[in-house]
Design a protein around this ligand. Structure first.
Ligand code: AP5
Length: 226
C-alpha cells in the first residue's frame, strides 16, 4: 500500500519592523513544532562571525536598508537544506522583495511544494518605533523582551535559559527604524497583494496584546495545517 507523506508546511510572517514576527514565530515553534527561520538572525550571525556575506551586509543593515537578494538567497538556501526544516518552517523576515518571493516559489516548486500560508501582521507605523527601540534579547538563547511590554519575571534574568546577559541590536534606534519602515513599505508590503493573488494570504490585527495575537495565529495555523 502506498503512503502519501505530508509535505512540510511553509508559513510566511509578513510585517514591518516591530510587528512581532520574531515574537510570534518563536511561539509558533513551541505551539506547532515548526522551525523559525529568520533571515535577520541569519544575517546577524554572518555579521558576528565576519563571513564574506556578513562583511557585505553589515553597513547595509546598520543603515536600515535591505541586503541584496543574492546574499539573502544564498544564506536562506543553505538553511533550507538543513534536516530540521523537514518539520515545516516559519519564514520570519523573508521574502522581502519581488525577487525573493519568486526565488522562494522556484525553490519550493522544485521540491513539489508551495507556500502554505502568508500571514500579514498589521500594525501602525508610529507604534513600531516604540516597540523596536524598547526591545532587547537574551544573549544566551535569543529570547526577546521589551522594556515596557514583555519583561522577564525576575529583572535581568532570562525566563527561558536563566542567562543574565542581555543585548540590544545596532539597528534598533528611532532613525534607523524609520529607514527600515520605508524599505518595508517600498519593497515588502507589495508582497501582501502577491500572496493574496495566490489565495494564501491571512491578515491579523497585530496591535493587540501578544497573547491575543498568538491565539489568533493559532487558529489560522491549525486550520492551514489540518
Ligand atoms: P529583521 O531582523 O528581520 O528585522 P525587522 O523585519 O526589521 O523586524 P524586527 O526583528 O525588528 O521586528 P519583529 O517583527 O520581529 O518584531 P519583534 O517580535 O522583535 O531584519 C533586520 C535587517 O536585516 C533588515 O533591516 C535588513 O537590513 C536585513 N534583512 C533581513 N532579512 C532580509 C531579507 N529577507 N532581505 C534583505 N534584507 C534582509 O517585536 C519587537 C518588540 O515589540 C519586542 O520587544 C517585542 O517583545 C515587542 N512586541 C511584539 N509584539 C508585541 C505586541 N503585540 N504588543 C506589544 N509589544 C510587542
Amino acid at each position: 500500500m502506498s503512503e502519501v507523506l505530508a509535505k512540510p508546511a511553509v508559513l510566511i510572517l509578513l510585517g514591518p519592523p516591530g510587528a512581532g514576527k520574531g515574537t510570534q514565530a518563536r511561539m509558533l515553534e513551541e505551539d506547532f513544532g515548526l522551525v523559525q527561520l529568520s533571515t535577520g538572525d541569519l544575517l546577524r550571525a554572518a555579521v558576528a562571525t565576519a563571513t564574506e556575506a556578513g562583511k557585505q551586509a553589515k553597513a547595509v543593515m546598520e543603515a536600515g536598508q535591505l541586503v541584496s537578494d543574492s546574499i539573502v538567497l544564498a544564506i536562506l538556501k543553505d538553511r533550507m537544506a538543513a534536516p530540521d526544516v523537514a518539520k515545516g518552517v516559519i519564514l520570519d523576515g523573508f521574502p522581502r522583495t519581488d525577487g525573493q518571493a519568486a526565488a522562494l516559489d522556484a525553490l519550493l516548486g522544485a521540491a513539489g511544494q508551495s507556500v502554505t500560508a502568508a500571514i500579514s501582521l498589521q500594525v501602525d507605523d508610529e507604534a513600531m518605533i516604540g516597540r523596536v527601540s524598547g526591545r532587547y534579547t537574551c544573549a544566551g538563547c535569543g529570547e526577546g523582551y521589551h522594556d515596557e511590554f514583555k519583561q522577564p519575571a525576575q529583572a535581568g534574568v532570562c525566563n527561558k535559559c536563566g542567562g543574565t546577559a542581555m543585548k540590544r541590536r545596532a539597528d534598533d534606534n528611532a532613525e534607523t527604524v524609520r529607514e527600515r519602515l520605508k524599505a518595508y513599505h517600498a519593497q515588502t508590503a507589495p508582497l501582501i497583494a502577491y500572496y493574496e493573488g495566490k489565495g494564501v494570504l491571512h491578515r491579523i490585527d497585530a496591535m493587540k496584546q501578544i497573547a491575543q495575537i498568538r491565539s489568533a495565529l493559532g487558529v489560522i495555523v491549525s486550520r492551514v495545517l489540518a
